[in-house]
Design a protein around this ligand. Structure first.
Ligand SMILES: Cc1cc2nc3c(=O)[nH]c(=O)nc-3n(C[C@H](O)[C@H](O)[C@H](O)COP(=O)(O)OP(=O)(O)OC[C@H]3O[C@@H](n4cnc5c(N)ncnc54)[C@H](O)[C@@H]3O)c2cc1C
Length: 579
C-alpha cells in the first residue's frame, strides 16, 4: 500500500472544504474520470470514525485515506439524537478516546458536550478535511485478483436518508431521493458506521395509533419545536433512552408516565465520580484523566464480573439501591424487579438518581402493563386502565444494522454477515482487508474501538512492510461453535440476531466483553496468528475466499500451500512491493 494514486493524479471537480479535490464522480454523462484509489476508506464520522481517522493519520502516515460520512455532520449518535436530557450512560473517561482523555469534570456528560468533544478531536487531529459529508457507502466488492475493494457510494441529497433533520415525528423516514453515484477503489475498508439504522428506529405496531389526537414522537427523531410544557406525557419503554428522557421531560411537563411491559435494572451514578475527583485532587489534570480512565474501566469490569459470578447478590444489591431511593410503599417488586439476571441486558444508569427524585416529587409515575390500544386521548392498557396523554414518546429502541447496511461481496459472492464468524471482534471470516468498530455492551463503546483501531493500524503497517496486500481471517477448525455476536437478551438484540455476525467458541473468534483481556489480545500479541492468512493476488483462489471457510472446510494444507503467513514471508513476494 502506498500513498500514491494508482491511475494518475485525480482531477479537481467542484472542490469545497467538505468535498476534497480527489472526490471523483464516475457515473454520469461523458468520459469517466480516472478512478480514485485509497489505501484506507473509513465509513462514518461518529465517535469511532473520528478515532479511526486519528489513528490512521498518526500511525500510518503513508496511507492515503478518507472518511465517507452519510450525514452532513460529525458526531454520529451524538449529533443525531436530540431528545431532552440526551447524555452518556457510561462514564466519559472511558467513552473518550485513549489518545485524548476526557477533560471535563462531569463523568456523565450531556450529548452536546460529547458532540463537541468528537468535533474538537477531528479538528485537533487534522482530519476534518478528510471527511466527505453526505457520502453514503452502499456497496463494497472485493476483488482478489486486484486485491482491492470496488466501492460504490452515493452522494445524499438534502432531505435524503442521511438523518440530519431533527423535525419529524415518525420513526420511519422513508426512502428519499439520493444523488450522484461515485465509484472508487480502496485497499482496506474500515466500517465505523455504528450498529443501528439512522433512517428509522424500532417502532412496534400499536393498535389504534391513528386514533390518538396528540403527538407521537420517537426519540431518534425528536422534533425541535415539540411543545410539551404543562402537558401529560407517556413514555413507552424501559431502556436507557426512557431513563434519560423522562427526568428531563418531567422538568417542564405536567406529568410523565413511564409505561413499560417489563422492568430493567437501574443504578444511580454520581455525575462527578468520586474516583475521578480524587485523581484530580492528587494529580495534574492530564495524569488524573488517564488514571480515571483506567480506574473506571477496571471498576466497570469488576462490577460486570461480580454480576455474572453472583447474579442473585447483585440483583439484591441493585434492587435494594432502588428501594432506598423511592418513597415507602412504592411497588418496587412490580416496577423495578426485572425477570432476568443483571447484565443479561444493559444496565440503565440514572445520574445522581434524577429519575428517583422525579418520582419522589410526584412528577413521574411508573406503570407496568401491556398496551391494548391507543385511544383519542391516551393509552388503554390490558388491565383496563386508560392513561391520559397529550404526547406519547415511543422509546422503543433502535433497529440494529451491521456495517451501515453496506452490501459486501467477495469475488462476486455476496457476504451474509450472519453466516460469518468475527475475528477478534474486529474482522469478518473470509472477508479480506475489512475491519469494523463495534464496542462493548457492558462497558464504554470506545474502550473496544480504540483497541480495534490500534490493532488495525499495526496490521496495516505489518502488511506494508511485509509487502502483503491481502489479509483474511480464515477458520479451519470445524469444532468452533457459532454463538450470537452480542450476548444480551434485549429485544433489539434478539430482533437482529439474523443480521449480525457470529462469535465463536474459541480463540480468536470469541468476543470478549473484557477490556483487560482485549488489551492484551489486541495490543500486545503479535499480529500474525494461524487464523489470519496473508497473501498477494494469485496466491489464493477466489473460491476459497468466497464462502465461510468453516462451511466449505478448506483444508489447512491448501491454505498453507496457497498463502504466505507473515511469519514465513517469501522475500520474492515481498519484493512485489506494497499495495
Ligand atoms: C441514545 C444513545 C446513547 C448512547 N450512550 C452510550 C454511552 O453512554 N456509552 C456507550 O458506550 N455507548 C453509548 N451508545 C452507543 C453509541 O452509539 C456509541 O457510544 C458510539 O456513539 C458509537 O459511535 P460510532 O461512531 O461507532 O457509531 P455512530 O455514532 O452510530 O456513528 C456512525 C456514523 O456512520 C455513518 N454511517 C453509517 N452508515 C454509513 C454508510 N453506509 N456510509 C457512510 N456513513 C455511514 C452515520 O451517519 C454516523 O455518522 C449510545 C447510543 C445511543 C443511541
Amino acid at each position: 500500500m502506498t500513498g500514491q494514486p494508482r491511475t494518475g493524479e485525480p482531477r479537481t471537480r467542484g472542490a469545497t472544504r467538505r468535498q476534497p479535490p480527489n472526490s471523483q464522480p464516475m457515473v454520469g454523462e461523458g468520459t469517466p474520470l480516472p478512478v480514485e484509489h485509497l489505501d484506507v476508506l473509513i465509513v462514518g464520522a461518529g465517535l469511532s470514525g473520528v478515532g479511526t481517522a486519528h489513528y490512521v493519520k498518526t500511525h500510518c502516515p503513508w496511507a492515503r485515506f478518507a472518511v465517507f460520512e452519510a450525514r452532513d455532520a460529525i458526531g454520529g449518535t451524538w449529533d443525531l439524537f436530540r431528545f431532552p436530557g440526551i447524555r452518556s450512560d457510561s462514564d466519559m473517561y472511558t467513552l473518550g478516546y485513549a489518545f485524548r482523555p476526557w477533560e471535563g469534570e462531569r463523568t456523565i456528560a450531556q450529548g452536546a458536550d460529547i458532540r463537541d468533544y468528537i468535533r474538537e478531536t477531528a479538528r485537533l487531529s487534522g482530519i476534518e478535511d478528510r471527511i466527505r459529508f453526505r457520502h453514503r457507502v452502499v456497496s463494497a466488492e472485493w476483488s482478489t485478483e486486484d486485491a482491492r475493494w470496488q466501492i460504490t457510494a452515493v452522494r445524499e441529497s438534502v432531505g435524503g436518508t442521511a438523518g440530519t433533520s431533527h423535525a419529524t415525528d415518525t420513526a420511519d423516514r422513508g426512502d428519499a431521493a439520493v444523488g450522484e453515484t461515485l465509484r472508487l477503489t480502496a485497499a482496506f475498508l474500515f466500517s465505523c458506521s455504528g450498529y443501528y439504522r439512522y433512517d428509522r428506529g424500532h417502532l412496534p405496531e400499536f393498535p389504534g395509533r391513528e386514533r390518538f389526537e396528540g403527538a407521537v414522537v420517537h426519540p431518534q427523531f425528536w422534533p425541535e419545536d415539540l411543545d410539551y410544557e404543562g402537558k401529560r406525557v407517556v413514555v413507552i419503554g424501559s431502556g436507557a433512552t426512557a431513563f434519560t428522557v423522562i427526568p428531563a421531560l418531567a422538568e417542564k411537563a405536567d406529568h410523565v408516565t413511564m409505561l413499560q411491559r417489563s422492568p430493567s435494572y437501574v443504578a444511580s451514578l454520581p455525575t462527578v465520580h468520586p474516583l475521578s475527583r480524587f485523581a484530580r485532587r492528587i494529580l495534574p489534570a492530564p495524569a488524573a484523566n488517564r488514571l480515571s480512565r483506567w480506574l473506571l474501566a477496571c471498576l466497570a469490569q469488576a462490577f460486570y464480573a461480580a454480576s455474572r459470578r453472583w447474579p442473585e447478590r447483585t440483583r439484591r444489591a441493585l434492587i435494594g439501591g432502588v428501594r432506598r431511593e423511592l418513597p415507602e410503599g412504592f411497588d418496587v417488586d412490580t416496577h423495578f424487579s426485572p425477570r432476568y439476571n443483571p447484565w443479561d441486558q444493559r444496565l440503565c444508569i440514572v445520574p445522581d438518581g434524577d429519575m428517583f427524585a422525579a418520582i419522589r416529587a410526584g412528577k413521574v409515575s411508573v406503570v407496568t402493563d401491556r398496551i391494548r390500544t391507543f385511544t383519542e386521548h391516551g393509552v388503554l392498557l390490558e388491565s383496563g386502565t386508560e392513561i391520559p396523554a397529550d404526547v406519547i414518546v415511543t422509546a422503543t429502541g433502535l433497529e440494529l444494522q451491521f456495517a451501515g447496511g453496506i452490501h459486501i461481496s467477495v469475488d462476486g459472492v455476496d457476504v451474509d454477515p450472519a453466516e460469518r464468524l468475527v475475528y477478534k471482534g474486529a474482522m469478518l471470516e473470509g472477508v479480506p482487508n475489512f475491519a469494523f468498530a463495534f464496542g462493548y455492551t457492558n462497558a464504554s463503546w470506545t474502550l473496544k474501538c480504540d483497541l480495534t483501531c490500534q490493532f488495525v493500524v499495526r496490521l496495516l503497517n505489518e502488511m506494508r512492510s511485509a509487502g502483503m496486500r491481502q489479509c483474511t481471517p480464515v477458520n479451519t477448525d470445524p469444532s468452533v461453535e457459532r454463538e450470537p455476536f452480542v450476548d444480551l437478551t434485549s429485544g433489539y438484540v434478539l430482533r437482529a440476531a439474523d443480521r449480525l455476525p457470529k462469535r465463536g467458541s474459541r480463540f480468536p473468534w470469541q468476543v470478549h466483553q473484557n477490556y483487560l483481556r482485549d488489551y492484551q489480545l489486541m495490543k500486545m500479541r503479535p499480529i500474525v496468528d494461524e487464523s489470519l492468512v496473508f497473501s498477494n493476488p494469485g496466491s489464493l483462489t477466489s473460491v476459497q475466499l468466497a464462502g465461510p471457510i468453516t462451511h466449505t472446510h478448506a483444508p489447512a494444507s491448501s491454505v498453507a500451500r496457497g498463502d504466505h503467513h507473515l511469519s514465513r514471508l517469501d522475500p520474492v513476494a515481498a519484493a512485489d512491493g506494497p499495495n
